[in-house]
Design a binder for this molecule. Structure first.
Ligand code: NAD
Length: 502
């Protein structure tokens, strides 16, 4: 059995879950609670309140009042920037604690915090990056269309009350990607963490509050989609919903937004391709692709390149290196420095992934290795072994559906046209990589790919670059100018110098 996770919970000093509403931490009105079972052991780690419609209403009204009457949207840009930088400093100061809480939440190993995209340094950099935007949210000055003595200009103003709804796989990073631009723009917020990753988000919010935000600017409601998330997305006083999660819930958010025409940003799933040409460093491409699908989060990564489109001449080498990487993946207690990957988040996801693996075999893909769940010491957790299929056809379920587990599908191709056709034959469009030593080919492929981010011979998250999806991978971007502008409204101002408009 994996050593108990519980002592680590005690080290964090967390009291059982609380809601933050209008600057005060308190219980839920109806006293229902959610018990979090750790994915590596199944043991009950701790519980937190399930916020019902009454709690959500109080939180939204607090955010509304803080926006309509409070100082935050009216605070000078320089002051807002300083506060965001203070948050970044607090995140760095409490980084180890935040990563420990994240490991309690979703079992992502502490060692994975050494990877930039999963580090507390990245989370802090997101706040620093947005601190730099506060004094650059500029409008435009336009010449009068038909001439005359007046000026036409645009202003960017905060959109209002933001509901930030986040998933469980990278709770710290994904929460920061919403809160930093919202705060930088002058919005007020109600955050709803995932019921599978609440503790790290509560601590991050507590640090944000500690940085000195006025009461009501940031509020937290904990609980699952039903009732907590549902009450939030339907609340008429919410101006914008910023959501990261599944397509299914993304659709519900679009439907719910229709009531009051809420602004919506959606960061959804992916079925991203890696295009590996025979002239590439094939071993490195396999190392990186298999690594992203198995190490750290066990493939529970939206941008993971889970379809490896490999030139027929390179397939054998790709499979050989992938097998070697899979052999290096180690599972267990996330606090153990020897552990490099995680279990699946819950038994439901475990069943789903095992079901898709079975379907892959039924549909005629060749299982090269893996496909089994953890046994012996790992049996109490939701572990699945690194799994590789080859001879996959792009119409099979394992090539079409987001598996969200450690499963890589190798699809052989013959030439560029075929590779692009397969790569783009998906409902998603989040990310892609191109592996080749031919720069012209790399650019041809990059231009032809329908994806929000393309990595050439590598992939890394960048806090200042736009990240998001084409097609059903989402609406909008996080990071950079596009992201922060999505937390603003544009107001046109007409200023006459004479009486011409009277
Ligand atoms: P999910 O959609 O089940 O849940 C996401 C959040 O929505 C959670 O907080 C959940 O409680 C809440 N929710 C559920 N039902 C709701 C409802 N009816 N109303 C309002 N809120 C509701 O997703 P998940 O399982 O937590 O996360 C995995 C998914 O997230 C995958 O599809 C993955 O690709 C995607 N993801 C995308 C990105 C990205 O940046 N594009 C990043 C990480 C994860």
């Amino acid at each position: 059995m994996v050593a108990s996770i519980k002592p680590h919970r005690d080290e964090t000093g967390l009291t059982d879950g609380l809601l933050l509403i209008d600057g005060t931490w308190g219980p839920s009105a109806d006293e229902r609670s959610w018990t979090h079972n750790h994915p590596a052991t199944g043991e009950d780690v701790a519980s937190f309140p399930i916020a019902g419609p009454h709690d959500v209403d109080r939180a939204v009204r607090a955010a509304r009042a803080a926006f309509d009457e409070g100082p935050w949207p009216r605070t000078r840009a320089g002051e807002r920037g300083k506060l965001l930088r203070r948050i970044a400093d607090l995140v760095r100061e409490h980084g180890d604690e935040l990563l420990a809480l994240q490991a309690l939440d979703n079992s992502v190993p502490l060692t994975f915090g050494g990877v930039y995209g999963m580090s507390y340094g990245f989370v802090a950099d997101v706040f620093d990056h947005h601190a730099g935007w506060v004094d650059k949210l500029a409008g435009e000055t336009l010449p009068p269309f038909q001439g005359g003595d007046h000026m036409v200009m645009t202003l960017r103003e905060p959109v209002g009350v933001v509901a930030a709804i986040v998933p469980w796989n990278a709770p710290l990073l994904l929460t920061a990607q919403k809160l930093a631009p919202a705060l930088a723009a002058g919005c007020t917020i109600v955050v709803k963490p995932s019921e599978y990753a609440t503790f790290s988000v509560l601590r991050l919010v507590a640090l944000i509050e500690e940085a000195g935000l006025p009461a009501g600017v940031i509020n937290v409601v904990t609980g699952p989609g039903d009732p907590t998330g549902d009450a939030l997305i339907h609340h008429p006083m919410v101006d914008k919903v910023s959501f990261t999660g599944s397509r299914a819930v993304g659709r519900k958010i679009i439907e719910a937004s229709a009531g009051t025409f809420k602004r919506v940003s959606l960061e959804l799933g992916g079925k991203s391709p890696a295009l590996v040409f025979a002239d590439a460093d094939v071993a490195t491409s396999a190392m990186m692709t298999m690594g992203t699908v198995t190490l750290g989060l066990s493939g529970q990564v939206c941008l993971a390149q889970t379809r490896a489109l490999v030139h027929r001449d390179a397939v054998d080498e790709f499979l050989g290196t992938s097998e070697m990487i899979a052999g290096m993946v180690s599972y267990g207690n996330p606090f153990d420095p020897a552990v490099s990957s995680s279990p699946l988040i819950n038994p439901r996801q475990l069943d789903r992934v095992l079901g898709l693996i079975g379907k892959g075999q039924e549909e005629g893909a060749r299982l090269v290795f893996g496909g089994t769940r953890g046994e012996g010491d790992l049996a109490a957790g939701n572990f699945v072994a690194p799994t590789l299929f080859t001879d996959v056809n792009n119409d099979m379920a394992i090539a079409r559906e987001e598996v969200f587990g450690p499963v890589l599908s190798v699809i052989p191709f013959t030439d560029e046209d075929e590779a692009i056709k397969i790569a783009n034959a998906t409902e998603y469009g989040l990310a892609a990589t191109v592996w080749t030593s031919d720069l012209k080919r790399a650019m041809r492929m990059t231009k032809a790919l329908r994806a929000g981010t393309v990595g050439i011979n590598g992939y890394q998250l960048e806090p200042h670059a736009a990240f998001g999806g084409y097609r059903q991978s989402g609406i909008g971007r996080e990071g950079g100018r596009t992201a922060i502008e999505a937390y603003t409204e544009v107001k046109t101002v007409l200023l006459p110098f004479t009486d011409e408009m009277m």
